[in-house]
Ligand binder design. Structure first.
Ligand SMILES: C[S@@+](CC[C@H](N)C(=O)[O-])C[C@H]1O[C@@H](n2cnc3c(N)ncnc32)[C@H](O)[C@@H]1O
Length: 253
């Protein structure tokens, strides 16, 4: 159900060449390939193990993978019809810089499609899921894996707009991928293990209690489609103009 919104967005414009940024083990990359709308799909991820898994699990001549991040990718400019960032922004050090970097490989009129779990506007069972997600993020960070807390919808829009895009369509996609309350509790209890400190254990106890109380339903996600702002749009924007003026003044000093 969640992915059908992404399928509609992908079909709603040219998508012959697609870059899947932060593809992980390629689960979404393979699913996109199965839609048979792309001639070529490249998945990138800085994590070697994930790319090894993606290569092992993928059997399609249309799909290839590279161990690259938004900082290290080296594609020719204007290469892709679509760049997808699915559940990646909250894993990045600097999401604005990352989204700006992918703008260079998007062809004119090409589309950036962003999927992100939402941290705001949640019902109690969705709050329980968000808090479980944030517990997982905190444990990942302790283990040296980049994983920030999820963002509110306004913050996600701001990232995309600051990176130089105009949001064309947006929708909030709700519904659960079928995680039961029992499974979520089991996951919270198993996650992390011993020795992560009292603060984490307290956080975990709170999350388990909230799930027991309210049940759990997946965090809703936002699905944004954006295109690069034209030069004229950028110079009409007072924030952007002001920024340029300030930079111009700085350069004169
Ligand atoms: C939660 S996974 C998303 C996997 C997949 N896109 C999905 O929707 O299921 C986030 C991925 O983003 C990757 N990542 C983090 N920073 C990145 C960057 N700067 N450039 C590309 N990928 C990045 C991580 O290595 C991780 O595999």
């Amino acid at each position: 159900m969640r992915l059908s919104a992404l399928a509609r967005a992908l079909r709603d414009g040219p998508a012959e060449t697609l870059l899947d940024v932060g593809c992980g083990d390629g689960a979404i990359t393979r699913w996109i390939d199965s839609l048979a709308i792309c001639r070529s799909i490249i998945g990138i991820d800085p994590d070697k193990e994930s790319i090894d898994d993606a290569r092992r699990l993928t059997d399609s001549r249309r799909v290839s993978y590279r161990i690259r991040s938004t900082d290290t990718m080296d594609f020719p400019t204007r290469r892709f019809d679509v760049v997808l960032m699915s559940y990646v922004l909250h894993h990045m050090d600097d999401p604005v810089a990352g989204a700006r970097r992918v703008a260079q490989v998007l062809r004119p009129g090409g589309r950036l499609i962003v999927r992100e779990p939402l941290a705001d506007g949640l019902s109690p069972p969705q709050i329980a899921a968000r808090d479980l997600h944030h517990l997982k993020a905190r444990i990942d960070r302790l283990r040296g894996i980049k994983h920030n807390e999820t963002l509110a919808s306004d913050a996600i829009r701001r990232v995309i707009e600051r990176a130089g895009y105009r949001i064309v369509t947006e929708q909030i996609v709700c519904g659960s991928d079928g995680d039961t309350t029992d499974r979520a509790i089991e996951f919270a209890l198993s996650y992390g293990g011993i020795g992560l400190g009292e603060a984490i254990e307290r956080m975990r106890a709170r999350v388990v209690e909230a799930i027991r109380c309210d049940g759990v339903e997946d965090q809703p996600e936002i699905l944004l489609v954006a295109t690069l702002r034209t030069h004229a749009e950028r110079s009409d924007d007072p924030v952007e103009r002001h920024g340029h003026e300030r930079r111009d003044q700085d350069q004169c000093r």
